[in-house]
Design a protein around this ligand. Structure first.
Ligand SMILES: *Cc1c(COP(=O)(O)O)cnc(C)c1O
Length: 387
């Protein structure tokens, strides 16, 4: 038997194992499972992006190792897109780095900053790579609870002087997975002020900035005065253009931080397949119409489910962004018990909130990744379960 490293043993327990097992078991018994668990778009990558990949994949130079820092045309297109979208100026040569999706960059970044025993401040609940990246780098983390009464923003004023002095990294993710909450300008300003005062690096995850409803427009942290001194932001084409499998994203911000991330990555991977970089350029340049069409689809799903769930007495906010619903578990169940019950009695898969961290207990997450035709059935099945 081979024993895992201590760093693997330090990872938080994977709470979805039991759900995965029950899901497979129910499927094998022939039950018609409705899976609202996975945060992965069910819509297609637009044809013009696939065509570009086809064309570029045939060009021999693209079949070779990519440049670590990405092709200049992609970095320039990202700079143009950031300027157009958020009115921020990023130097394409020094302040932007293409990444193999944003997950790898988020998970690798701590290797550039964290020493053994260093502290990171991480929201709870959260996207799991924040924790694993910090732990793999030998760091420790302190969880910042996201609570409904504070609009699922961490209460930065509650952080102790000791933690702030010790902390090297502060993770933020708005629009948020899993709570679907959005941040205000004032919140970002507070975060930037604190980061400056205590010399903390802000890692902002903006994966959902394009997935918004009702005319809502999220901010990039780089729009806040002084943010470029202490922040790096991670973005991704995954959710915006239905490209989760393609693995393309980008980081931008403080040029020293970009340089350090680039140095880590140069020692681990060899960049993004160049044909995919060209396809990414087309997505950023011409993807807006597709995004709009997809958002109409997600909005319709959101409205059907929100209305149905509220009519059954479930407690939830109407999300202005992301494709998640964050819903209170009915009494007296725990998140895990309730999710198990939904799977057994209604053959519906949802994600227990505590799978994203202890403060997620008492909630479950639904992903809007199922065709709207099936959603009335979700509500019907949920109506029938005995609470
Ligand atoms: C999906 C997601 C990402 C993007 O992941 P990729 O690696 O770019 O596919 C990043 N952050 C959060 C919070 C996500 O949910």
């Amino acid at each position: 038997m081979h024993e895992s490293s201590e760093r693997l043993q330090k990872l938080p327990p994977y709470l979805f194992i039991e759900i995965d097992r029950l899901k497979r078991e129910a499927r094998s018994k022939g039950h018609d499972i409705i899976d609202l668990g996975v945060g992965d778009p069910d819509l297609n990558t637009p044809e013009f992006i696939i065509d570009e990949l086809n064309r570029q994949a045939r060009i021999q130079i693209n079949q070779r190792y990519a440049l670590d820092q990405g092709i200049p045309e992609l970095r320039q297109e990202i700079a143009r897109w950031l300027k157009m979208r958020f009115n921020i100026e990023m130097d394409s040569a020094t302040e932007i780095l293409p990444t193999i999706g944003s997950k790898e960059a988020i998970a690798h970044f701590p290797l550039a900053i964290i020493n053994e025993g260093d502290l990171a401040l991480i929201p709870d609940p959260c996207y799991p790579p924040y924790k694993s990246g910090v732990l793999f780098a030998g760091g420790e983390f302190e969880l910042m609870p996201l609570r409904a009464e504070n609009s699922f923003l961490p209460d930065l004023s509650k952080l102790s002087e000791g933690s702030l002095t010790r902390a090297k990294l502060l993770y933020l993710n708005y629009p948020n997975n899993p709570t679907s909450a959005c941040a205000t300008k004032g919140f970002y300003e507070d975060a930037v002020r604190i980061a400056k005062k205590y010399n903390i690096i802000i890692c902002s995850d903006l994966a959902y900035s394009e997935m918004t409803f009702d005319g809502f427009t999220p901010l990039s942290i780089m729009q806040i005065n002084g943010a470029k001194d202490s922040a790096i932001e991670f973005h991704s084409l995954s959710k915006t253009y239905n490209m989760t499998g393609w693995r393309i994203g980008f980081a931008y911000g403080n040029k020293e931080l970009i340089r350090l991330l680039s140095k880590v990555k140069a020692n681990i991977d060899s960049g993004v397949f160049q044909a995919i970089q060209y396809a990414g350029i087309r997505a950023l340049r011409e993807g807006a119409a597709t995004v709009e069409k997809n958002l109409a689809i997600y909005k319709q799903r959101r409205d059907i489910l929100v209305e149905g769930l509220q009519s059954l007495g479930y407690e939830l906010q109407v999300p202005q962004a992301t494709f998640y619903l964050w819903i209170k578990v009915p009494r007296p169940y725990t998140s895990a018990d309730f999710c198990m019950k939904l799977l057994r009695e209604a053959h519906i898969v949802v994600t227990p909130g505590n799978g994203f961290g202890p403060s997620g207990e008492g909630y479950f997450r639904i992903a809007l990744t199922i065709d709207s035709k099936r959603l009335p059935q979700v509500i019907e099945r949920m109506r029938k379960i005995k609470l």
